[in-house]
Design a protein around this ligand. Structure first.
Ligand code: 6CS
Length: 315
């Protein structure tokens, strides 16, 4: 059979690397074929989720930041100051997390999807026209966030800014015309799409990590032979390994290239003291997430346990 796999990035971006590895494994180990659709070819990322749930597409690669509107529990990955920035801890987390391996699969099932993987693309960096060090500096600043995640909106509100949810397809234009004052994305993506050239400052505040997921339409998956189900699980494990290895290099690669190609671009790393102020504000967002449902509360508690285990086991 030929299966369609659509994802929210270009072919050489992390979601494309994952999808390409997945395709390679499937095609080398079976007579099935995968046709890859990068973002834009079948619609914006927001359209892809609907198309996958409707069964028009069999596989979906999507940024977790786009998923909170459909699967509220996925906003666990966008909560500020929950994920660590340490790559070893992240690696351990993405391999061993009970949230991912034990809790999310049944949650995805409820939404007509079969979860295959969750993986990181790098620490969130914020690019702006003006430097900022505090929520007061962000007051009234229009910050673009990925659409569909209530938590991203709540986060930037808590940080003092005015969040502007919009699709990736509209962001470049919005930065060029000054419709927004800034945005957040992983460094590797900022470099790849020249967002540094459209802004003046890049800031690391350690508040979050950009993550992506891979999933399949559940009806499609359920209808497969056991052999094909196993094949898909194995392909996902293979692609996950490929991308986790890659993920360790992404931040350094992106930042290295920005420094080389754009030497006057300002890079700011907020100090611990400056971060404390944002962390304090983030607490309300974590509370709000937990108060939305029993499931959210359970998943946040497990997340904290998973991250403690990651910290303990990577010392
Ligand atoms: O900012 C966005 O919307 C996009 N950022 C990344 C890193 N991947 C895809 C997503 O659409």
């Amino acid at each position: 059979a030929t299966w369609k796999y659509a994802f929210g990035e270009g072919t050489s971006d992390p979601q494309g690397i994952y999808a390409t590895a997945f395709k390679k494994f499937i095609e080398e180990n079976s007579r099935n074929k995968i046709k890859l659709y990068k973002v834009g070819s079948l619609g914006e990322e927001t359209d892809l989720m609907e198309q996958t749930r409707a069964g028009l597409i069999q596989f979906l690669g999507q940024s977790t930041g786009y998923m909170g509107g459909t699967i509220p529990e996925m906003d666990i990955f966008t909560l500020p100051y929950v994920m660590p920035t340490d790559t070893k801890q992240l690696d351990y987390f993405f391999k061993n997390s009970k949230v991912i391996n034990e809790m999310l699969p049944s949650i995805f099932n409820k939404h007509g999807l079969e979860l295959l993987s969750v993986f990181p693309e790098g620490e969130m960096a914020i690019t702006t026209f003006e430097e900022f060090h505090s929520p007061a500096d962000l007051k009234g600043k229009k910050m673009r966030v990925m659409p569909g995640s209530p938590i991203l909106v709540e986060t930037y509100e808590a940080f003092g800014a005015s969040p502007q949810p919009m699709s990736w397809g509209d962001l470049i234009g919005a930065l060029k015309t000054g419709m927004v004052d800034g945005q957040e994305n992983p460094t590797v993506w900022i470099e790849a799409y020249g967002l540094d050239n459209l802004t003046k400052v890049l800031t690391y505040m350690g508040h979050g990590h950009f993550n992506a997921s891979a999933s399949a339409n559940k009806k499609f998956f359920d209808s497969l032979s056991n052999r094909d189900k196993k094949l898909i699980r194995k392909a996902a494990q293979y692609a996950h390994k490929v991308i986790l290895k890659e993920a360790q290099k992404l931040d350094a690669y992106g930042l290295g290239r920005i420094i080389r190609t754009n030497p006057t671009y300002k890079i700011v790393t907020l100090s611990e003291e400056e971060r404390e102020v944002f962390k304090e504000k983030a607490k309300a967002v974590q509370k709000s997430f937990a108060s939305k449902s029993k499931e959210n509360k359970k998943i946040l508690n497990q997340m904290i346990k998973d991250l403690k285990a990651a910290q303990k086991n990577t010392k």
